[in-house]
Design a protein around this ligand. Structure first.
Ligand SMILES: Cc1cc2nc3c(=O)[nH]c(=O)nc-3n(C[C@H](O)[C@H](O)[C@H](O)COP(=O)(O)OP(=O)(O)OC[C@H]3O[C@@H](n4cnc5c(N)ncnc54)[C@H](O)[C@@H]3O)c2cc1C
Length: 388
């Protein structure tokens, strides 16, 4: 067992850090407070080979590994936390599921623009009545000749104010086996996008409404029975949330460490107070432990998609570590940490969101408990038969 990066991974990490310091350090605070998708950063990253890192070269990707993409998130976030969202978009988000299962014609139409940083794709999975219980989704597609008619609505989709194309989970029929997904372009008649609402993190999302929205049959990504494949692709998205949560926690940790080393109160640097030293020790333990779980899930996934269990363990650990560390960093930096003039409060707000997004910590723990007891725990209310 070896806990170190390979020479290739170390060189890659160093080159991404140099790129980030050269192009992304300036403007990091401004970007964090701008909800619009940073197309300029996406186009720079495309030139640098940071989009589609783990996608095959014949799809326009870099032919690298998921672990390489995790390294890219860590190195970019250490300099500009907001720009790590672009690494997420170009490597872990719906683009990954799309590239995995899309037809050649679909990829020809959209993948090039997405990987070049000219277009954004948003994931429409959650509905007003289907959050954690995602299989309760009601948005439906009814076939009508060579078209499908889509009806329903979606909420909370990241990048929805900016996206040109949406990967929408919906049902072609009843039950789990009826769930699949389609691709719908902004501007399609019957598809309306509501005004942006804001999360605590500053990110914006819009309600998506489909009222007899007609799409060609070629826009089906995964037909009925596609749910399991979609969740396999979604584990990659989860790993990107995992990596960003940890990276934002580490950003806040580093800022607080530098602050505590130089800020003086009672005539001494803050770092000389044992009450704060122990906070840093606890923060370091949390970050290092969570990082090993992230690397386990990512490196085991290099031959395919990550395992659901290892992803759940890594995401729960990194979500908690990232938020707890960022919150403690705000405390250590006092009013300066609480101020919008630093990125520490931003990291705290962002890490809080990932405890809910993409599989909440509670839902992940349900999954972990099933592995522990080697049995399924039905979350749905048991329907008692009349005769019982
Ligand atoms: C920052 C952010 C970005 C997001 N981006 C997207 C996106 O791009 N696309 C998209 O489709 N959606 C997105 N979402 C929505 C996200 O997927 C949902 O918020 C998430 O699935 C939880 O659903 P919910 O908010 O409806 O909470 P609910 O499911 O109503 O849950 C409420 C609370 O109850 C807990 N809970 C629910 N069921 C159980 C259970 N069985 N056991 C224990 N606890 C339980 C939950 O953990 C949570 O704490 C985003 C959300 C956030 C916060």
């Amino acid at each position: 067992m070896n806990f170190d990066f390979t020479d290739g991974q170390r060189l890659f990490a160093e080159s991404v850090r140099r790129f980030a310091e050269t192009h992304l350090a300036e403007g990091a605070l401004r970007r964090a407070h701008d909800p619009r998708f940073p197309y300029d950063v996406a186009q720079l990253m495309a030139k640098q080979g940071l989009m589609g890192i783990s996608l095959p070269e014949h799809d326009g990707g870099q032919g690298g590994t998921l672990m390489d993409a995790v390294i890219a998130i860590e190195q970019v976030a250490a300099v500009c936390p907001r720009s790590a969202d672009v690494v997420q978009f170009g490597n872990f988000g719906p683009i990954r599921t799309f590239a995995e299962y899309g037809t050649e014609a679909q990829k020809k139409r959209w993948l090039g623009g997405l990987l070049a940083g000219r277009m954004v794709m948003s994931l429409g999975m959650t509905e007003p009545d289907a959050g954690s219980a995602v299989t309760d989704l009601k948005t439906s597609a009814r076939q009508d000749g060579s078209q499908y008619v889509v009806t329903g609505s979606k909420v909370f989709s990241t990048f929805s104010p900016d996206a040109q194309v949406f990967l929408v989970y919906l049902r072609f029929g009843p039950g789990l086996g009826g769930i699949g997904s389609v691709l719908i372009e902004r501007g399609t008649p019957g598809f309306t996008i509501g005004a942006p609402s804001e999360f605590m993190s500053g990110e914006e999302w819009c309600e998506l409404h489909f009222a007899d929205c007609r799409i060609p049959a070629e826009n089906v990504l995964l037909g009925p029975g596609g749910f399991k494949k979609q969740m396999a692709g979604f584990n990659v998205e989860r790993l990107g949330n995992t990596a960003r949560a940890l990276a934002c926690g580490r950003y806040a940790f580093t800022a607080a460490r530098d602050y505590a080393a130089s800020r003086e109160q009672f005539g001494r640097p803050l770092c000389e107070f044992q009450g704060l030293q122990w906070k840093f020790a606890d923060m370091a333990i949390k970050l290092d432990a969570a990082q090993l779980l992230l690397y386990r899930a990512a490196s085991h996934a290099d031959n395919g998609l990550p395992s659901a269990y290892e992803t759940a363990v890594a995401k729960a650990a990194c979500n908690q570590a990232g938020f707890e560390v960022a919150s403690e960093a705000v405390q250590i930096m006092g009013a300066v940490g609480f101020s919008r003039e630093t990125l520490v409060e931003y990291c705290m707000r962002r890490t809080r969101g990932w405890m809910i997004a993409g599989g909440s910590v509670e839902i992940l723990k349900n999954r972990i408990a099933e592995q522990v007891f080697e049995r399924r725990f039905e979350q749905r209310k048991r329907i008692v038969a009349a005769a019982e």
